[in-house]
Design a protein around this ligand. Structure first.
Ligand SMILES: Nc1ncnc2c1ncn2[C@@H]1O[C@H](COP(=O)(O)OP(=O)(O)O)[C@@H](O)[C@H]1O
Ligand SMILES: [Mg+2]
Length: 301
């Protein structure tokens, strides 16, 4: 569906090597997160796919078509939601979307446009001018605009930046539905919980290079040997009571809890040690590794 081979980008202006030898293969129906800190190269990569930035080296195939030699064909296959608001604010929502449809030669697209506006809670803004929309509405309008020509791949560059929580959830629901209906989706985000909730594959880009590209579950599993355990007692505990667990760095929390950082495989052993001391506990919480921790560890490597 999307093949990126040895793609590099050096910006002429400042000789910045924004992408170094990127290789990526996205198959139909995948829901992929593209994670990376500010300046990692995410937008550069997306702008190359959108045809807004010219790559320095490499080859890009979209749906089998060459990005440069068959530009129009590739444009039909992808829908791109840019990071920056990129439409003329002097048009109404309806006018903008009709214009966008016209660009792809679609004339009777009104029903589909209405459907999209409805799904993204923008239906009553049809007659509003682009400039009258709130930040969150503008972001959602960009999604509608990217979809009017029914592309096969949707690529979103930080679509939820600055969008309030409730509307972010509307967007998640929408993306889930879209994915279920067969859409291939690539989502760039710095809200890691978003990638965790929605995506199956996670690609981490750092300093212009891909440093991880794995199924989310595998990535979490590989990094999840260490877990945080919180044990609640029904009396006020004292740090001295946990001398026998000192290698697990016990910490007292809220007077009646102790928290430990342990290897998953040691859990039974530790619980047995506690029970042998006749320290009856009333609750036990295990905190699993989150994608955010994994991400930070990857970046620090
Ligand atoms: N038009 C440009 N001219 C020169 N350097 C740029 C340009 N756009 C981005 N860069 C640089 O390229 C690097 C990657 O930027 P970008 O792709 O925007 O990263 P991200 O989207 O991951 O934050 C950064 O160092 C950025 O400063
Ligand atoms: Mg960016």
């Amino acid at each position: 569906m999307l093949k990126i081979n040895n793609v590099s980008k050096t910006y002429l202006k400042n000789q910045k090597e924004a992408l170094k030898n990127i290789n990526l293969n996205i198959t139909k129906g995948e829901f992929t997160a593209l994670l990376g800190q500010n300046g990692a190269g995410k937008t550069t990569l997306i702008n190359i796919l959108a045809g807004n930035v010219k790559k320095t080296h490499g080859e890009v195939k979209i749906g089998g078509y060459d990005l440069e030699k068959q530009e129009l064909e590739t444009k039909k296959i992808i829908g791109i939601v840019p990071q920056e608001i990129s439409y003329d604010p002097a048009f109404t929502v309806e006018e903008l979307l009709k214009k966008q449809s016209g660009y792809f030669g679609l004339k009777n697209n009104n029903e589909y446009i209405d459907e999209l506006l409805e799904s993204l809670a923008l239906k009553d803004k049809k007659k509003a001018y682009g400039r009258e929309l709130s930040g969150g509405m503008k972001r959602r309008l960009l999604i509608v605009k990217a979809l009017v020509h029914k592309p096969e791949i949707l690529i979103l560059d930080e679509p939820t930046a600055g969008v309030d929580i409730e509307l972010r959830h509307t967007m998640y629901e929408f993306l889930r539905k879209l994915h279920k209906s067969g859409m291939t989706i690539i989502l760039t985000t710095h809200y890691i919980e978003e990638a965790e909730k929605l995506c199956k594959r996670v690609i981490v880009i750092n300093n212009g290079s891909i440093i991880a590209d794995e199924p989310k579950d595998k990535l979490l599993k590989d990094f999840s040997k260490e877990i945080k355990v919180e044990i609640d007692f029904d009396w006020e505990v004292n740090i001295a009571d946990f001398e026998f667990l000192s290698e697990y760095h016990p910490k007292i929390k809220d007077k009646r809890k102790v928290s430990l950082k342990i290897d998953k495989n040691d859990l039974t052993k530790i619980l047995e040690m506690i029970m042998q001391k006749n320290m009856k506990f009333v609750d036990l919480n295990i905190e699993k590794q989150k994608l955010e921790d994994v991400y930070l560890q990857l970046i620090r490597r």
